[in-house]
Design a protein around this ligand. Structure first.
Ligand code: SAM
Length: 264
C-alpha cells in the first residue's frame, strides 16, 4: 500500500497490540493536545484519535503521504497535520502548553529531536510528557546511569531537564519493513524545577563533549585542563582523579557547570 522510503526512516509498526500499548502510556483524555512526529501510515495516529483527544497535530516530512493524511483529516475534525521537517518545526506555534508529544521517531534524527526538546525555551516547556520510540541502543544510552558502559553525554543532558522512564522493547519483526535493529519505548516528563537554563545546557554539552572524548581514560588530566586549583579542591580532585567519566554521578557534571558559571 505504501512505498516505504528508507531516507525518511519509514518502518511502520504493524502490531496493533503494541500500538495500543504505546497509546496507553499517554493516558489520553478529552483535554489532551497531542503533537505526533512522523505519523507515516497513521497507524498510531488513528489509535490515538480513537481515544478522543482535544486535538492531534501531526508533523510529517514525506509529502507523498498527503492524500492518506487528508483522509484521516476528513474523518476526524480534531486532526490536522503539516508536511514539514520536525527538526525545524516550531511546535509552540500549535500548542502553547500542556502538550503530549508522541513519536515513533525516524531513527536517523531521533537524538537530534530529543536534544531539540531538551533545549526548549522557556522552561517548563510546552509539553507535559513525551512518549517516544528509539533504536534500543540509543534508548539504552539515554536512560543509562553512572557506572554503566552506556552512560554518557546524552544521559547527562537528558537528566538535567527530564525524568525518563523505560517502558518496553519492540522486536524488529513487528515492523514493515523490518528495521535492522530492535526498538524501545521511553517516556519523559520535564523536571519542573530544573535549574538548567539554556546557557547552562550549552556549557554542560561542551563540558561533557570534552570529558567523554577520553571516555576510557582517568579523569585527572582533563579536569586539570578545565579547572583551576581552587575549583579542583571544590570537586574533591584527590578523591576522584582516578575515576573514569562514566563513574561520575550526574551531580558531579552539574557542579562543574556551576563552577564554570560562577567564574567572574
Ligand atoms: N508513526 C508511524 C509508525 O508508528 O509506524 C511511522 C513511524 S516511522 C519510524 C517515522 C516517520 O517519520 C515516517 O513516516 C517518516 O516519513 C517521518 N519522518 C522522517 N523524517 C521526518 C522529519 N524530519 N520530520 C517529520 N517526519 C519525519
Amino acid at each position: 500500500m505504501f512505498k516505504h522510503k528508507k531516507k525518511f526512516g519509514q518502518n511502520f509498526l504493524i502490531n496493533k497490540d503494541i500500538i495500543k500499548k504505546i497509546a496507553d502510556i499517554g493516558s489520553i483524555n478529552k483535554n489532551s493536545s497531542i503533537i505526533e512526529i512522523g505519523p507515516g501510515s497513521g497507524n498510531l495516529t488513528e489509535e490515538l484519535l480513537k481515544r478522543n483527544p482535544k486535538g492531534i497535530f501531526a508533523i510529517e516530512f514525506d509529502k507523498d503521504l498527503t492524500s492518506h493524511l487528508d483522509k484521516i483529516k476528513n474523518n476526524y475534525s480534531n486532526f490536522n497535520y503539516k508536511i514539514s521537517d520536525a527538526l525545524t518545526f516550531n511546535e509552540k506555534s500549535i500548542f502553547k502548553k500542556n502538550s503530549i508529544i508522541f513519536g515513533n521517531l525516524p531513527y536517523n534524527i531521533s537524538l537530534k529531536l530529543l536534544i531539540k526538546w531538551i533545549y526548549s525555551d522557556p522552561w517548563p516547556p510546552f509539553y507535559d510528557r513525551m512518549i517516544l520510540m528509539f533504536q534500543k541502543e540509543v534508548a539504552e544510552r539515554i536512560i543509562a546511569t553512572p557506572n554503566h558502559k552506556k552512560y554518557g553525554r546524552i544521559s547527562i543532558l537528558t537528566n538535567a531537564r527530564l525524568d525518563v522512564k523505560f517502558h518496553f522493547n519492540i522486536s524488529k519483526t513487528e515492523f514493515n519493513p523490518e528495521p535492522k535493529v530492535e526498538s524501545s519505548v521511553l517516556s519523559f516528563t520535564p523536571k519542573k524545577n530544573a535549574s538548567f537554563q539554556l546557557k547552562d545546557l550549552s556549557v554542560l554539552s561542551d563540558l561533557t563533549k570534552i570529558i567523554f572524548n577520553t571516555k576510557r581514560k582517568m579523569i585527572s588530566k582533563t579536569l586539570k585542563k578545565l579547572l583551576n586549583e581552587q575549583e579542583l579542591k571544590i570537586v574533591d580532585f584527590d578523591n576522584i582523579k582516578n575515576l573514569r567519566p562514566e563513574n561520575l554521578d550526574f551531580s558531579f557534571y552539574y557542579k562543574l557547570v556551576d563552577l564554570i558559571k560562577s567564574r567572574s
